[in-house]
Design a binder for this molecule. Structure first.
Ligand code: AMP
Ligand code: ZN
Length: 103
């Protein structure tokens, strides 16, 4: 998956302002933010899209959700946030990512 943009960010081959990283999950700001706060929550593992998630990978999705709960609290977004997966024609980077947008 050498061509994958988000794999390159995970491996630090392309710079990004990493705000959280562990073995399973990486978080960095969207380069073209749609709201005051716009983070991308990305699995370290290359999974193409939401529909490509396999049964055993849903544990990792739970981990991502817990990271997002912390991000919402740390960034004081409790009063207004959105979580989004794009798919099909709406997904431009073919590596699963969760958008967290906040006012
Ligand atoms: P999607 O349309 O759901 O695939 O969203 C891909 C997102 O990745 C877009 O909101 C882009 O602005 C964002 N993006 C593209 N390249 C980078 C990058 N190098 N660093 C951070 N975000 C990026
Ligand atoms: Zn990838």
């Amino acid at each position: 998956m050498e061509e994958c943009l988000f794999c390159k960010i995970v491996k630090k081959e392309i710079p990004a302002e990493i705000v959280y990283q562990d073995e399973q999950v990486v978080v960095f700001p969207d380069i073209n933010p749609k709201k005051r706060v716009h983070f991308l929550i990305v699995p370290s593992l290359h999974i193409k899209s939401f529909l490509d998630l396999k049964d055993k990978q849903f544990e990792m999705l739970t981990k991502m959700a817990k990271v997002i709960q912390s991000l919402i609290k740390e960034n004081n977004l409790e009063s207004g946030y959105q979580l989004l997966f794009n798919g099909g024609v709406h997904q431009h980077v073919p590596h699963l990512h969760w958008h967290l947008l906040g006012d």
